[in-house]
Design a protein around this ligand. Structure first.
Ligand code: ZN
Length: 129
């Protein structure tokens, strides 16, 4: 799964819904891969507005990347030359970085979800549904 997806998934257990600790999940034992994708600065600039930047920073740190700015880069006009370095960096992180294998743990209930062959599995055993 793309790194970007980590900003849109949280614990699937109902009782965790109201907990701030159920997002983002904690990532561990992850195997990463870079997969080249078409660079689309408009997409990156647009999606950035919808991202929870604190969650991006936390997950990046789980994966060993502590180089992100502490506050979300704002108003990145995708046609401005000055913005291309940061937009390309974000493209590289959000779209081209894939988590192939790993586990995601809910900080609230401790449930572990697994990523296999780049696919996160959020199915719960019957007693937790
Ligand atoms: Zn949970």
């Amino acid at each position: 799964m793309k790194f970007l997806t980590t900003n849109f998934v949280k614990c699937a257990i109902k009782s965790c819904d109201s907990s701030a600790d159920s997002f983002p999940l904690q990532y561990a034992d992850c195997q990463l891969a870079q997969e080249e994708q078409d660079y689309n600065p408009e997409f990156i600039s647009h999606i950035l507005e919808r991202l929870d930047w604190d969650a991006i920073i936390k997950v990046a740190a789980d994966l060993g990347n502590t180089s992100l700015p502490p506050t979300k880069p704002e108003d990145l006009d995708p046609i401005m030359e000055d913005n291309q370095v940061i937009l390309k960096d974000l493209h590289n992180l959000l779209v081209e970085t894939h988590i192939l294998e790993g586990k995601m743990t809910c900080r609230n209930c401790g449930h572990i979800y697994y990523i296999k062959n780049s696919i996160p599995n959020f199915l719960l055993p019957p007693h937790l549904c």
